[in-house]
Design a protein around this ligand. Sequence first.
Ligand code: PLP
Length: 439
Amino acid sequence: MYLTGTMQFNEAGHLEIGGIDVVDLARDYGTPLWVIDELGFRQNCRAFRDAFARQGNSLVLYASKALTSLAIIRMVNEEGLGLDVVSGGELYTALEAGFPPQLIYFHGNNKSIDEITLAIDNSVGRIVVDNFYELSLLSDLCRAKNYTQDILLRITPGVEAHTHEFIQTGQIDSKFGFTLPDGQAMEGIKMALNSPNINLVGLHCHIGSQVFEMDSFRQATALMMDFVVEIHNKLGYQLDEIDMGGGFGIYYSAGDDPTYADDWADAVMSTVAEKARQANINIPRVIVEPGRAIVGPAGVTIYSIGSWKEVTNVRKYLAVDGGMADNIRTALYDAKYSAILGNKANLSPQEVVSIAGKCCESGDMLIWDIELPAAEAGDLLVVFATGAYNYSMSSNYNRLPRPAMVLVNDGRSDVIIKRETYADLISNDIIPQRLKAPR
Ligand SMILES: *Cc1c(COP(=O)(O)O)cnc(C)c1O
């Protein structure tokens, strides 16, 4: 279901999160508003951390691309997780939040020299090397600094996760990683082992996102472990870490059937242990990198409903005060969401409507065909599971200022990302001298 963490309906018939009525949140902070349930977020961190810890030597990283900010990173650190970053900007955010660099894993298929330099100058724990070019670049940069970097090699194992094709990354035809089936991966391993100032610690893969079938993880883990064993047997080199990426699926709408953190931990870790035992090698430490599954369900977006339009015998559109600028996933991936009227949570659904954004783009839709109670202007539409890949993929399209983000817990609310202002929108604009109006 869509109610998770501290979300519940109160006596007024309103939705409440972190002990606060969404009507109060909308009044105090305006809409659109992103709300993060602190306890829900922390509970999700603990669920994955503990599920994997129960099964053995492991480290859960929070994939910060799902949602990052200084406050978010602080909580991740307090909950004892490591961190996955994929750009200089995400790395900078983590460092500014005081996150321990040794617990940071740095991904990316085209890291720039500046980004790699930022990473090695701050002693990040691992750089996840994606390709031959990066391997030689990293080796050169480290040698110039007389520094040795621990790395993982990103492998494309050739497993298809049963998910939307735009967000599949484990199949062979992918821009990411060293391909396993065609021998590139073995070449990459040999090159890494022969590269000065590089310490190859292990392997990484990421088979996709919003994955529900634990068999996909089992298969991918088995393929990766077979490769660990092959490296051991052919090259006499024992890898100490195997990072199976993120991708654990969550509930967005009817039909989504997520499983438990323990099932994921079991699928990955029992496969690792079994393969290691069969081959008589050491059991490598297991790393996983959930992003969506930690922050997605902990976030909601509150919108105000404004105009509406009925296309006779076709559909009724209800428009909200945000849209693809704050949540592009419906337009981009055909993503589905659940929503309710937060101020009429006790009323039964009465009509099927489609929720449109306010951007100048026909594809700017948030939800197609959802049942809601009769809505009028000023009602609050609360969209669930918007914690992940909403703020982090947001834009200023149509020069919409980004909404604020509020962290709620036990009746307390704090802004963790300020609402952008019109002044913010032009703050990086420059008028060249020659365009300045003559006076
Ligand atoms: C996107 C990504 C993740 C996180 O994926 P989720 O679906 O948010 O869990 C983890 N690792 C890598 C390498 C990724 O690209």
